[in-house]
Design a protein around this ligand. Structure first.
Ligand code: OGA
Ligand code: NI
Length: 342
């Protein structure tokens, strides 16, 4: 299990393979941002407006009064942390380097991207809403992991669908635009674990990336680390203590494509720290593999030609992977160019 970062007991220095050239790890500005807070108990009109404003600007926001109980969130965070504390032999059966495997434990130590390695371990689950027994391959330890993670997945996916309906109304799209194939792919749940790192300023927990799906909901946990690009600079996302049990929402590439760039999918990264492990949980809602995704008619006119090609989601992912291999740093710019109509 030496490939898993968190299983290697003590590290006093950072292995060279994790060190990035300084220009690839520009420090964040000293200003930290609190993401816009969207209170879902406000009127539907206000929520719609606030979401659109945030989606057009930062592409990231947090939601409160979202209807998912504090207990469901705390339990999810707790079982995630507990999983990574299990003895190595109990985790080993789930470890796989096969990226096609839907449910697996893997590590940023094994990425092949030009030798780059990231300071993250991840337990990934896939949840097929159309299937019968959806959790049979999931780890059954810690004891309540399956039950808690399934509950979190169902509730959080429900929230993501609500948010998409609100966006739909706000954008003036047909009310069921995001039902069906556009959101019919497997839901992915990632439990990210970033162990304490001996030299956090020269490495990355996750490289700069835009999420490739439609929408992502993140339970960020209390330890900071997430950073987003805002006005050309990396800014730290800080949890606002006056906003308890918030979930962070991040618009994915497919939403940017569908809205022909009206909504923005923003580049983000994760930095590590030397003192504390960080565990976050991210849920991604994605189209089916064969779903054709392109700009909706509503956003196209003579003055607004399509800025993105219409591609099947699996073709899009192939492009995304190629771009990711070519450049993990300026991915957003590259992706836009690759996606553009020629
Ligand atoms: C991701 C991601 C952020 C975090 O999993 O795509 O951006 O805070 N995670 O772990
Ligand atoms: Ni992400």
């Amino acid at each position: 299990m030496e490939k898993l970062l968190h299983s290697t007991t003590s590290r006093t220095s950072l292995p060279d393979c994790f060190v990035f050239p300084a220009d690839q790890v520009p420090p964040a500005t000293s200003a930290a941002v609190s993401l816009p807070v969207i209170d879902m108990s406000c009127s539907r009109d206000e929520v719609r407006r606030a979401m659109l404003d945030a989606g057009k600007d930062l592409g990231f926001f947090q939601v409160v009064n979202h209807g998912i109980s504090e207990q469901a969130l705390l339990e999810m965070a707790a079982v995630g942390e507990e999983f990574f504390r299990l003895p190595a032999e109990e985790k080993l059966p789930f470890y796989s380097e096969d990226a096609n495997k839907a449910t697996r434990l893997f590590s940023g130590t094994t990425y092949e991207t030009g030798g780059e390695k990231y300071w993250r371990d991840c337990l990934r689950f896939a949840y097929d809403f159309g299937a019968g027994d959806r959790i049979k391959d999931w780890p059954d330890k810690p004891r309540r992991l399956r039950e808690v993670a399934e509950n979190f997945t169902v509730l959080t996916r429900g929230l993501a669908m609500d948010l998409l309906r609100l966006l739909c109304e706000g954008l003036g799209l047909q009310h069921d635009y995001f039902e069906g194939d556009l959101t019919g792919g497997d839901v992915t749940l990632d439990i990210n674990h970033y162990p304490p790192c001996p030299n956090p300023s020269v490495t990355l927990g996750l490289p700069p990336h835009c999420d490739r799906d439609l929408i992502a909901v993140l339970l960020p946990g209390p330890v900071p680390g997430l950073e987003v690009v805002y006005k050309g600079e990396w800014v730290k996302v800080v949890a606002d203590p006056t906003v308890p049990h918030a979930l962070v929402v991040n618009l994915g590439q497919q939403l940017e494509v569908v809205t022909n760039g009206v909504l923005r999918s923003i580049e983000h990264r994760v930095m590590t720290n030397s003192a504390m492990a960080r565990t976050s949980v991210a849920l991604f809602v994605a189209p089916t593999e064969d779903c054709l995704v392109g700009p909706a008619e509503k956003f196209l006119s003579q003055e607004n030609p399509p800025c993105y090609r219409t591609l099947k989601f699996h073709e899009f992912k192939r492009t995304y992977n190629v771009v990711k291999l070519g450049s993990s740093i300026n991915q957003r710019t590259n992706l836009r160019n690759t996606q553009k109509e020629i």
